[in-house]
Ligand binder design. Structure first.
Ligand code: NCD
Length: 327
């Protein structure tokens, strides 16, 4: 059976724990300058049909650390600009003898479609508003490093939930692992199908983040929005921005997270983004290690990552922030 990483929703808790163990193990080895097991002689296609900085670079880094070769592909400059369908593109890449695919696409379900036709492992790097599983895994590793647990934490996901695949993947992962989830934001930026997501909805920021252990801020994803979902960016920021004043409603040790890219001054102000409470840079770095874990797992490699509680203790021990950048 081919292993894909298409979404958190399909993964069982033991699989999520295994990927987090693997990610921790890879991080420890790399931070300590030790070798990692390589996946030699495999070429993974990097299909980014949507813009990306963090996700793309960290998949490249992950593949490099694992000794894999990457083949880059974007729709501009390919036969898709001549009208080739996604299905035919995937079939072509299959017969180009690529061994696996990492794929980002603006359509929800695109990675699942690719998995049907490709014949090898597919890792979803973000499909529309649906899922972004590797972001959620990196965020979970970051929470484990900084809080030592996920179970029992209060996590507030704040902002444009409707258009966010990060919100969905994080909500599935963190709730499966025992966190209590609240979605906070204006009514117009909450999905109609809210009852299908695991968490409570709150439209008032102070109430929604009261006593939170973790706040995950979301960008206003205007590239996916129809006009008129909020009056103005200024009004939105005055109601939902995470800053010193609003952070006072959360727990004093509340972790501030954001998947990036940040719109500084909108969902977050500078002091909140750059304070010691912020885990944003750690999220970026941990993205590499969980993406290594996903590639290693999807390519059916065995032998690493056996004990979740020990891995969590190790995660706390290797968590050395890279140092702060002066503004
Ligand atoms: C997110 C994405 O693309 O879904 N970014 C990321 O991958 N780090 C969130 C966003 O674009 O706002």
């Amino acid at each position: 059976m081919i292993r894909h990483v298409l979404g958190i929703r399909q993964l069982e808790v033991r699989e999520i724990e295994h990927l987090l163990e693997l990610g921790t193990d890879f991080k420890k080895r790399i931070v300590e300058g030790r070798s990692v097991p390589e996946i030699k002689q495999k070429v993974v296609g990097m299909l980014f049909f949507e813009n990306s900085t963090r996700t793309r670079v960290s998949f490249e880094q992950a593949a490099y650390y694992l000794g894999m070769k990457t083949a880059n592909f974007s729709s501009a400059g390919s036969s898709m600009s001549k009208g080739e369908t996604l299905k035919d593109t995937i079939l072509t890449l299959r017969h180009e003898r690529l061994d696996g695919l990492v794929m980002r696409h603006r359509m929800s379900g695109a990675a699942t479609l690719a998995a049907r036709f490709f014949g090898g492992p597919v890792v979803n790097a973000g499909d529309g508003q649906h899922e972004h599983p590797t972001q959620a895994l990196g965020d979970a590793l970051t929470i484990l490093e900084r809080k030592g647990r996920i179970e029992g934490l209060s996590v507030a996901i704040v902002g444009d939930v409707e258009h966010s695949r990060v919100a969905r993947s994080n909500a599935w992962l963190l709730s499966k692992m025992g966190a209590d989830i609240r979605f906070v934001g204006p009514r117009t930026l909450m999905p109609d199908t809210m009852t299908m997501l695991p968490g409570k909805v709150c439209h008032d920021l102070p109430t929604g983040i009261a006593g939170a252990d973790v706040i995950i801020c979301l960008r206003l994803q205007r590239e996916r929005m129809l006009d008129g979902l909020f009056s103005s960016v200024g009004e939105y920021a005055s109601m939902y921005q995470i800053n010193r004043e609003t952070l006072a409603f959360a727990r004093p040790d509340c972790l501030v997270m954001h998947p990036g890219p940040i719109n500084r001054g909108v969902e977050l102000d500078d002091p909140a983004a750059d304070s010691d409470q912020s885990a944003i840079n750690a999220q970026v770095e941990n993205g590499i290690f969980v993406r290594m874990a996903c590639l290693y797992w999807a390519f059916g490699q065995e032998g690493m990552g056996k004990n979740f509680p020990q891995a969590i203790a190790a995660a706390k021990a290797v968590s050395k922030p890279k140092g702060k950048v002066k503004a």
